[in-house]
Ligand binder design. Sequence first.
Ligand SMILES: C[S@@+](CC[C@H](N)C(=O)[O-])C[C@H]1O[C@@H](n2cnc3c(N)ncnc32)[C@H](O)[C@@H]1O
Length: 293
Amino acid sequence: MNEVTRVIETNGVQIKLHLGDCVAGMREHLSDGCVDVVVTSPPYNLGINYNGYNDAISREHYLGWMGDWAQETKRVLSDDGSLFLNIGSKPTDPLVPFQILRVMNQYFALQNVIHWVKSIAIMKSEVGDYPGITQDIVVGHYKPINSGRFLNDCHEYIFHFTKHAKTPLDRLAVGVPYQDKTNVSRWANNGADLHCRGNTWFIPYETIKSRDKERPHPATFPVELPKRCIRLHGVDRARLVIDPFLGIGSSAIAACSLNLPFVGFETTPEYFEESCRRVEKFLSGQSGELVFL
Ligand SMILES: C[S@@+](CC[C@H](N)C(=O)[O-])C[C@H]1O[C@@H](n2cnc3c(N)ncnc32)[C@H](O)[C@@H]1O
């Protein structure tokens, strides 16, 4: 494949998108330890219908390839950098995230496990007399599964890997306000009404605006997901953000929105073009957010 590189400059910050394989690309374009945040979602090998990528290779081959990718990522990651790895599964193959975890653990320490909650049901009767909750709440979107055996799959993992499990985090950058305001003065946050959000992150897909538009990619995450990961790592400590599996550029848009330099790799020309288009659209002031289910 001929490598194509698109460089987009904004506010003195460079967004570099490469059409090509991420392992070869990282080897060629990224020096040792130059990356502070990797936020990515590789193919899960669940038979998803990608445009050009075979998502149903043998499990052995797949896990071996995950190791190749992890090794190169370790080389480019700084000593106190963060790798946020988003992995999902499917009901008939729920082990994939854990198999990947074992491979990744040969290269990285698992510092946090975050659950990306796509949809949640909160029953009024279960929370009792709670301020603001006046009725049953069912929010978010997921792909319904028609099955007598399996539950609808409403979450994915975000494994937070680091080199030594000692990477400092900016927990309050993604913090949430106290429900009980008497806690504001009780805890030492300089009087800020903010505390750690915890490891269950409700991030819904963007709402549908146009049902007749064709889905440009079968497996994206919302821009808010990489954005929250980068902010948790600490924007001040993020010299360079990368996504080895760019897809249609959700992480690139997240980095742009935080004014951070970014490098991405994608092997499928259509997805690569779409990511360039979305970043440019985002920078021109129009939203680059996806609007489909
Ligand atoms: C799960 S998708 C990522 C979606 C992305 N997070 C988004 O929101 O658009 C994984 C992507 O990796 C790409 N890919 C597969 N093998 C690759 C490789 N060796 N190097 C770079 N990209 C690859 C696939 O074409 C696919 O678009």
